[in-house]
Design a protein around this ligand. Sequence first.
Ligand SMILES: [Ca+2]
Length: 160
Amino acid sequence: MEAWGTVVAILATLMVATVDAKIYGRCELAVKLDKEGLNGFKGYTIGDWMCMAHYESGFDTSFVDHNPDGSSDYGIFQLNSAWWCDNGVTPTWNLCHMDCRDLLNRHLLDDILCAKQVVSSRNGMTAWDSWTKHCYGHDLSEWLKGCNMRVRIDSKKMNS
Ligand SMILES: [Ca+2]
């Protein structure tokens, strides 16, 4: 039954490759985003990023959503395949020069670098409908409550 053992080994390898995703804990994600320099970036706080990511993906890096226009949104920040990444299907500008699949794994650095490009564009965070709908103008301190971090989340007092 050695062949069967080989099959099991291959399947296990494939699963590890495809399931390299992660649902981040709230504080875990907040600390990570802060560490990568998102707090205050272009005038937005970690609270803005946390709120947006929650409503976009529920902090699940494997989340993919399909849009009526044929494009898809990938990962924790739901980055779009017509603008920011290449999924091999949607005609794309691929402004982040990346494969959309790289937005589905647990490694967030590339996602964060791409999201920085999104928020640096003219529309800022209004690029994410969920941010406009659920986060803009709201008290976002709840998103960091109980997390062991000291970041200022009052954007009015912050230099952008
Ligand atoms: Ca990634």
